[in-house]
Design a protein around this ligand. Structure first.
Ligand code: ASP
Length: 354
């Protein structure tokens, strides 16, 4: 889906006005305008084994329209002079509140039948960062991550301590059931039956007991990378992790450098995929480091990091935006919910490998 953010109707109207103005002003000299600094935003809604043939037209439309809504919101914030951190937080809140994604309401279940959420955010200007891990009662974990960054001397708070801090900051706790959906509960049941079958048919225990191994069909983590008019980059990521993960497990999403990274000198990155591999390769920071120390473009750096992830046996993808508004979105899975509005204002949304 490719279109300019302004509608065709508006374009016709503007075209008409330009013609009219051209008639009136044809004798006056053209005015010199300094180009505005670029703004750009990229988002993902998780990478995984989604295939066109296993998705109904309605499901596809639901994802495309939510991604479009999220991009439009983020782009409007940036276009009106808002900061990249605000764009990242507001877009992620929108996606956390949507049951379509594995973040906030609609997140996946742990092996204990609970939902435990991870999120992080990073400011590319100051290298300040905040994260919340394994929280069960925070409606919007991305906002808690931002509060950790701005209102505490720490970078990450986890579990009960994070919940207590959230309450102190005025965040109203929600019951864990708020996050539960039938769809994710069915996924948990299917995953647990598969695990039991695997264990029965093998004399060896699975490599990662309490996790779903590497053949997961789950996806839906959300992430945003943005560049604002002041040249500031920011990135954020929010997730419920992996279906049937062992309770207490924390993935890459709240780990600065693994799932999220932003540095004005290089790029802003949010990752999605099998977190254990992203942590081992510190993928988000790796992309920034490849740009800083090897002089790679954002696209080359992101491609290389995903290639190395695959060589290690990991699957997933990243979105990355550099300080000039260039965007990279490589992944090594069948699909990744993703989209961007680039520095020309062009909006694009995709799901499958195109
Ligand atoms: N990276 C997330 C995790 O491992 C999951 C995902 O992105 O799908 O927790």
């Amino acid at each position: 889906m490719r279109c300019m953010i302004s509608s065709c109707y508006q374009q016709l109207l503007i075209f008409g006005m330009v013609l009219a103005a051209g008639g009136i002003l044809s004798c006056s000299a053209p005015e010199e305008t300094t180009p505005e600094p670029p703004i750009a935003i990229a988002i993902h809604g998780g990478a995984g084994t989604m295939r066109r043939e296993s998705m109904t037209a309605e499901q596809e439309e639901a994802y495309r329209s939510k991604l479009t809504e999220a991009l439009t919101l983020g782009y409007e914030i940036l276009k009106n002079g808002g900061g990249s951190l605000d764009a990242v937080e507001q877009v992620i809140i929108l996606l956390e509140d949507s049951p379509l994604f594995n973040a906030g309401r609609g997140a996946v279940f742990t092996n204990a039948g609970t939902v435990e959420l991870d999120a992080s955010i990073m400011d590319g200007k100051t290298l300040q960062a905040g994260a919340a891990a394994a929280v069960k009662h925070v409606k919007n974990p991305i906002s808690l991550a931002r509060l950790v960054m701005e209102k505490s001397p720490h970078v990450m708070l986890a579990g009960e301590g994070a919940e207590a801090f959230a309450r102190e900051q005025g965040m109203e706790p929600v019951p864990n059931e708020y996050f539960h959906t039938d769809r994710r509960r069915e996924e948990l049941q299917r995953q647990q039956s598969r695990e039991q079958e695997r264990q029965k048919s093998s004399q060896f225990p699975t490599l990662q007991s309490g996790s779903e191994g590497n053949n997961s069909r789950q996806y839906g983590t959300v992430g945003v990378a943005a560049l604002d008019r002041s040249g500031n980059l920011a990135a954020g990521t929010s997730t419920g992790g992996r279906t049937n993960k062992r309770w207490g497990r924390v993935g890459d999403s709240p780990i600065i450098g693994a799932g999220t990274y932003a540095d004005n000198r290089t790029c802003a990155v949010s990752a999605t995929g099998h977190g254990e591999y992203f942590m081992r390769l510190v993928v988000a920071h790796r992309i920034s480091a490849l740009m800083a120390y090897r002089n790679l473009s954002v696209n080359e750096a992101a491609e290389q990091a995903i290639r190395e992830l695959g060589e290690l046996g990991g699957d997933g993808g990243v979105i990355a935006v550099d300080q000039n508004g260039n965007i990279a979105m490589p992944f090594n899975t069948a699909g990744m919910y993703r989209g961007y509005v680039d520095s020309d204002g062009e909006l694009w949304v995709g799901i499958f490998r195109e």
